[in-house]
Design a protein around this ligand. Structure first.
Ligand code: NAD
Length: 478
């Protein structure tokens, strides 16, 4: 296999001088597939200085040109879909089925960013709502903030970069990108593609490394907006360091899906199995807690068990694999500890519960204790818990009894239940007759409580990455 290289990209050039390097491993085979350069504090400083110096030039690029570049990038990615999917699968252990889907989504994210670049509209606001404004009018424009810091996690390493770089450039900003240390190769591949599509060299800088690199970026006053996707621990540290900057946070969750007594149980079980274990559950909205009405909990659990046991676990590079491995063995160790804790506390193991290397079998637990980690923390692994409820109020209360609030699912055909639940849940989005794990990339996506601040999706991210500027006309009094 060709060793691939993840490289720093600073001030319009790939860094060729020697740097400390770290191997990048395929977590399924343990094989070294490449290496990444690690940024020094001086590299980060140069990246920030470059982004800051270029921001006025980038802001002057007209919208049609920004749109054309992003559209070209989406077309190039379409052409290289299979290669990109394979690269992600090798670097992350995410099955090809999921990575092909991720690349398709990334294509859409870039395309939608291109379209939204042409829609940075403002308003005309007459002044005469005030007695002092009878002869005045205001016009608003959206202008780029300047420098966007983009810090991304490992689990959707391509699409989540597209969700930051696409809107940031669509809005006319420069970007300092710091991808996850587990997935620097795919970030490098994407950056090469963006440059090939015509992204101006100084519109983006990329620095590689861990938390310390991210911390140096978020502290820096040349950064105007921090767009972070990752865990709640890192986000607290970022908020403490950021000072007077706008911080956008896309964080985790312990997503709930409610299956009411009238639900189509077959559909609910099939979708819970499909979306509770994709990418080994390493998705912020992965189905984690399923609250099921007590009258149907037995047939539902049987159906779910059947669906989960039918999932193909194995080599992420095989086209029919449903569940590959976790990002590394440490993650698998943690998930196994949490399963053990739940069982020791009284949960029943319905299926799964074993691991091999970084692969954890798709696991279903029945009725774990309310305070066990698999219920109240983010599992971020292939573990789903089925918990019976008596009344819909109880299901709502249990769903809301969480530090998180990203998305929730609800299976029912009753409109009264739909309205009651959708209104009562403290989450960013409720999916009816689907699970928590359904996202289209142009929709506003984000959470409340510890799940984040702000909304992502090109149109909404562009709003967050621009300032409103007002021009006021005062006409002569006549
Ligand atoms: P993480 O928080 O460990 O790391 C994310 C990124 O932040 C990495 O690039 C990391 O190097 C960097 N980082 C870590 N500490 C930092 C600090 N103190 N200052 C600056 N940067 C820092 O997360 P992860 O393990 O890579 O990803 C998993 C998490 O991401 C889960 O909690 C998951 O739910 C969340 N996530 C959320 C969404 C969403 O859209 N809401 C999407 C995907 C993943």
């Amino acid at each position: 296999m060709n060793m691939r290289k993840a490289q720093l990209y600073i001030n319009g050039t790939w860094v060729e001088e020697p740097r400390a390097v770290e191997p990048v491993k395929n977590p399924y085979t343990g094989e070294v597939i490449g290496e990444q350069q690690l940024a020094t504090p001086d590299d980060v400083e140069r990246a920030l200085a470059s982004a800051f110096a270029a921001k006025k030039d980038i802001a002057r690029i007209p919208a049609y040109e920004r749109a054309r570049i992003l559209k070209k990038a989406s077309m190039l990615l379409e052409e290289r879909k299979e290669t990109f999917a394979r690269y992600i699968s090798e670097e992350l252990g995410k099955p090809l089925k999921n990575t092909l889907d991720e690349v398709s989504r990334s294509i859409e994210t870039l395309e939608q960013s291109a379209e939204e670049a042409k829609r940075l509209f403002g308003e005309t606001i007459p002044g005469d709502a005030s007695a002092r404004g009878v002869k005045a009018v205001a016009v608003t424009f959206r202008v780029p903030v300047g420098v966007v810091a983009a810090i991304t996690p490992f689990n959707a390493p391509l699409n989540l970069i597209c969700h930051k770089v696409g809107p940031a450039f669509a809005a006319g900003n420069t970007v300092v990108l710091k991808p996850a240390p587990q997935t620097p190769l795919i970030a490098t591949e994407l950056l090469k593609l963006l440059l090939e599509a015509g992204l101006p060299p100084r519109a983006i800088n990329m620095v590689l490394g861990g938390a310390e690199v991210g911390q140096q970026i978020v502290k820096d006053d040349r950064v105007n907006v921090i767009s972070f996707t990752g865990g709640v621990v890192a986000s607290r540290n970022i908020c403490a360091l950021a000072g007077m900057k706008k911080v956008l946070l896309e964080l985790g969750g312990n997503a709930a899906t409610i299956v009411h007594e009238d639900a189509d149980l077959k559909r609910a079980a099939a979708l819970c199995a499909k979306t509770g274990y994709s990418n080994s559950g390493q998705s912020c909205i992965s189905v984690q807690r399923i609250y099921v009405h007590e009258s149907v909990v037995e047939p539902f659990t049987d159906l779910l068990k059947r669906e989960v046991e039918a999932l193909k676990v194995g080599d992420p590079l095989l086209p029919d694999t449903d569940v590959g491995c976790m990002v590394d063995e440490r993650a698998a160790d943690r998930v196994m500890d949490w399963i053990d804790e739940a069982i020791a506390g009284g949960a029943t193991l319905v299926c799964g519960g074993k691991r091999r290397g970084a692969t954890v079998e798709p696991t279903v637990l029945f009725n774990p204790p309310k305070r066990s980690k698999v219920v109240c923390e983010e599992v971020f692994g292939p573990v789903v818990s089925v918990i019976p409820y008596r009344t819909i109020d109880e299901a709502i209360a249990e769903t809301n009894d969480s530090a998180f609030g990203l998305q929730a699912g609800l299976f029912t055909n009753r409109m009264d239940i739909v309205y009651q639940v959708a209104e009562a849940l403290d989450v960013g989005g409720v999916v009816i007759n689907g699970t928590s794990n359904f996202r289209l990339d142009h929709w506003p996506y984000g959470g409340v409580k510890n799940s984040g601040i702000g909304r992502e999706g090109p149109r909404y991210a562009i709003e967050e990455m621009t300032e409103m500027k007002m021009i006021v006309w005062q006409f002569p009094q006549g």
